[in-house]
Design a protein around this ligand. Structure first.
Ligand code: SDX
Length: 431
């Protein structure tokens, strides 16, 4: 038996199979079970893919026990402190931090693609004005493929790059337009003289009737939040983008599928759900009641913003965001009562035996909503901002999947537990 193998024994039949053990740069070794069904006639079962590596990737690495997050090898703490979102987009997509020349070329490319086709603006008017902005994002982003036939040769690296530039560049414009449509205000065009986050803020909040002054602190806070949300290995929405893309669907359709997955409250929708939860708790005195509910197996209530499939220690992004939440609130209307409740909730939860035992720590969504709220972002736009930030992660993971020489359509199997084979019964004989 080789050192770099794992032997599977089917005790029911006595069959044995030696499988290769693969090791990466960091993280657990991975057994390649690709030949399991053909050799032993059995599948593996892994509800929620808790022990399953769906692909090989060189983009992002997470160590959930140690609370480590690396983008192309760089620690998130260093990127949060020293980099900016445009530079992180370049790092993730091209694999390296840009030189000065590469940075200015990339930033200009993104800036010049920030407008959307005028006909796309009409698309919004088909939505009910009360539509959740995420429903508009799913629809409008999916429709982009109708406008960019010049970048749909999905195996052409240049087309992949143009599609990536367009998605990164247009997401803030599409997002801000979905907000403007929902409040009946005119959509605002991007301004090339502004940075990515400044542009988003002016598209969100400026109106033709008056001057809009961008708060640099708000732009800086957004830039940090976008860095922290940019990519996160094979989370639910990224896995959705990969699976959709593996069928040969165009990148706009694949990213639209990812937006749908991100919307769920167990995933990117948690930042909106955290604020709704804090608003429901309303007062620090009510916290013990909600913690008891979160522990009650008969109650489906969960503490939004707590827990993570991978992080079984403090989410490094939450640690960074926690400090920013305090800074940003010092510059706004003083302490938001929701932050008080959030801080108290965190303090109580982290001492509670159940949370300690279940390794439930605050995740990135716990504090991000507090910051978004402090800079005036409407709550139903929180997951839309997560969408803007995660677009670079999705399109980079899509490109990596498309460039994989061993790429095949993703098609999981199942354990069938339905009715055994049976014959059709004519309706007259059914009781
Ligand atoms: C994101 O995957 C990613 O990387 C996602 C993300 C990214 O950047 O892409 O990091 C972004 O989605 C962050 C997570 C945001 N979601 C929330 O904050 C929603 C609240 N959290 C939970 O729904 C939950 O913690 C999950 C979905 C995040 C993780 O769930 P798991 O890993 O499937 O864990 P589980 O549901 O099996 O729970 C394990 C135990 C259970 O108790 P037991 O049945 O074992 O007794 O922990 C309990 C759960 O009941 N538990 C919670 C809890 N989360 C888990 N109990 C109370 N409150 C919670 N929040």
């Amino acid at each position: 038996m080789g050192k770099n193998t794992v032997t599977i024994v089917n005790n029911a039949t006595g069959q044995e199979l030696e499988l290769p053990l693969m090791t990466g740069t960091h993280g657990p070794a991975t057994v390649d079970i690709g030949s399991l069904y053909s050799k032993l006639g059995i599948f593996t079962y892994d509800n929620g893919f808790k022990s399953t590596a769906s692909c090989q990737s060189s983009i992002t690495f997470i160590d959930g026990e140690e609370g480590i997050l690396l983008y192309r090898g760089y620690p998130i703490e260093q990127l949060a402190e020293k980099s900016n979102f445009m530079e992180v987009c370049h790092l993730l997509y091209y694999g390296e931090l840009p030189t000065k020349e590469q940075y200015s070329k990339f930033s200009w490319m993104i800036t010049r693609h920030s407008m959307i086709n005028e006909s796309l603006r009409d698309f919004y008017h088909g939505f009910w004005h009360n539509a959740h902005p995420m429903s508009i994002m799913v629809g409008v982003v999916g429709a982009l493929s109708a406008f960019y036939h010049d970048s749909l040769e999905i195996d052409n690296p240049r087309h992949q790059e143009i599609a990536a530039h367009r998605l990164i560049a247009k997401m803030p414009t599409i997002a801000a337009a979905s907000y403007k449509y929902s409040i009946g205000q005119p959509m605002v065009y991007p301004q090339n003289r502004l940075s990515y986050c400044e542009n988003f803020l002016q598209m969100m909040f400026s109106v033709p009737a008056s001057e809009y002054e961008i708060n640099p602190l708000h732009a800086k806070a957004l830039d940090l939040l976008f860095i922290l949300h940019a990519d996160h290995e094979q989370n639910a929405s990224t896995s959705t983008v990969r699976l959709a893309g593996s069928s040969g669907a165009n990148p706009f359709a694949a990213v639209s599928a990812g937006i749908g997955a991100l919307w769920g409250p167990a995933h990117g929708g948690a930042n909106e759900a955290v604020i709704r939860m804090l608003e429901e708790i309303r007062d620090v005195s009510a916290i013990p009641k909600y913690i008891a509910r979160a522990k009650d197996k008969n109650d489906s209530f969960r503490l939004m913003g707590f827990g993570h499939r991978v992080y079984k220690s403090y989410d490094p992004r939450a640690r960074i965001i926690r400090n920013t939440a305090h800074d940003i609130l010092k510059t706004t209307s003083g302490n938001d009562p929701l932050l008080e409740i959030a801080m108290r909730l965190e303090e109580i939860a982290l001492k509670d035996e159940y949370f300690i035992q279940h390794k439930l720590y605050p995740n990135v969504d716990f504090y991000s909503g507090i910051i978004y709220k402090a800079i005036g972002i409407p709550v139903n736009m929180f997951t839309v901002l997560f969408t803007i930030a995660r677009t670079i992660g999705w399109i980079t993971q899509w490109k990596e999947m498309m460039s994989d020489k061993e790429r095949v359509i993703g098609r999981p199997r199942q354990l069938y537990t339905g009715a055994a084979r049976r014959d059709y019964v004519p309706i007259e004989r059914r009781s």
